[in-house]
Design a protein around this ligand. Structure first.
Ligand code: CP3
Length: 351
């Protein structure tokens, strides 16, 4: 295949080619949380959907909000609109999203609480999400891949135990020291649930999977292997048993130097947070491993020269390895649309 050939369809996707280890003519671009409150069209759909979970479980509306940022900005990949906390919900834990406060769950602090959870994921409850994926696959332009996702067991468990997000998720860390047997049983259930959830997503048609380990930074390095890496390896092996070719990206926020442990070949790419120094990460990671990231979401809010300088610096740091341009965490609701447009121009426009 000559490099000048224009191919139709998914195989021409810059994003998928980068995940295969190719250094493409420019980095593909998408943004974590690209469907969200910074978009007026998202807020309009959100207002008529009822609760946030009602939106996640409504295939027509979830399809619509997934497509909104693709239509407006022409990003190089779409991400399924859903949430990492649908897994606790489908295990029978009550999950609500209080306006402006984030998720709330009844904290699961003691071992007997495990018996109140379902032993297996309620896939019927999640069926609308798989329907959303099928609708998206028929509505997305054929060259735009769809990313499916779940949360990593440690991160999801940290919400199940604390009942909400806190800066350092201390309740689960304390549990890891005090009651490792209970925590292991919970993590095991989440590993099995994540495998069946991701396999259903793959069956419905997602092209790639991203696993969000948003609270990697709440693990001291000596616990990272046991509570983050090992469960993640089991999930990837479980999905690969049925879908050997599906690319997997892991975004482990706050993992720091532990990120290297994710880059030993069991996944296709590592997502880097905004706290990582791109130059140091480029030195730390094996040369051929694709990276994704890692613009500070606040640099996008700031815009102007600060944004341009950071885009250049990040692209230069990863100039010789496969690189997917993204933020180093989710886009914030206060982000000006004009700054996202500028980012798209900077990365996709070739200047
Ligand atoms: O990226 C996308 O556009 C796809 C959709 C997506 C959402 N959440 C939608 C959402 C994805 C991939 C997530 C992942 C997610 N959810 C993570 C991992 C990524 C990260 O941010 O670290 C986590 C930790 C959650 C849990 C969660 N859900 C939190 C902490 C919150 C509150 C944050 C906030 O901004 O209010 C949510 C709610 C949520 N998930 C919103 C969206 C668009 C905002 C809720 C709303 O619109 O009312």
């Amino acid at each position: 295949m000559s490099s000048g050939t224009i191919e139709a369809g998914i195989s021409s996707s810059l994003f998928l080619r980068t995940l295969k280890g190719e250094k493409t003519e420019r980095p593909p671009l998408w943004l974590m949380r690209q469907a969200g409150r910074y978009l007026p069209e998202y807020r309009a759909v959100r207002a008529k959907a009822g609760s946030f979970l009602d939106l996640c479980y409504n295939p027509d509306l979830a399809t619509e909000v997934t497509l909104q940022p693709i239509r407006r900005f022409g990003f190089d990949a779409a991400i399924l609109f859903s949430d990492i906390l649908v897994i606790p919900h489908a295990l029978g834990q009550n999950v609500t999203f209080a306006e402006g406060e984030g998720p709330r769950l009844p904290p699961l602090m003691i071992s007997p609480a495990l018996n109140e959870l379902k032993s297996e994921l309620d896939l019927d409850l999640l069926a609308p999400i798989f329907q959303t994926i099928r609708q998206l696959k028929s509505e997305l332009p054929s060259h735009i891949p769809l990313i499916g996702f779940c949360g990593a067991p440690w991160t999801v468990a940290s919400y199940m135990i604390a009942g909400k997000g806190t800066p350092d998720q201390a309740p689960i860390r304390l549990l890891a020291y005090r009651e490792p047997v209970f925590l292991k049983a919970l993590i095991d259930r989440l590993v099995d649930s994540s495998i069946s959830y991701l396999c259903q997503q793959a069956a419905a048609g997602v092209d790639t999977i991203q696993i969000f380990e948003s609270f990697a930074g709440a693990l001291p390095p000596h616990l990272f292997g046991q509570w983050s890496l090992e469960p993640l390896r089991r999930i990837v092996a479980g999905v690969r048993a049925l879908y050997p070719d599906i690319p997997v990206i892991i975004f482990a926020r706050g993992a720091g130097a532990q990120t290297a442990q994710l880059a030993d070949g069991f996944i296709q790419a590592v997502g880097l947070d905004w706290m990582s120094d791109p130059i140091a990460m480029d030195r730390l990671l094996p040369a051929n491993v694709p990276v994704q990231g890692n613009l500070d979401p606040l640099a996008l809010i700031a815009g102007g020269e600060a944004l341009e300088r950071r885009c250049t610096a990040i692209r230069e740091a990863f100039a010789t390895r496969p690189h997917i341009f993204n933020l180093g965490h989710g886009i914030l609701p206060e982000t000006p649309i004009a700054h996202v447009e500028r980012l798209v121009e900077l990365i996709q426009g070739g200047n």
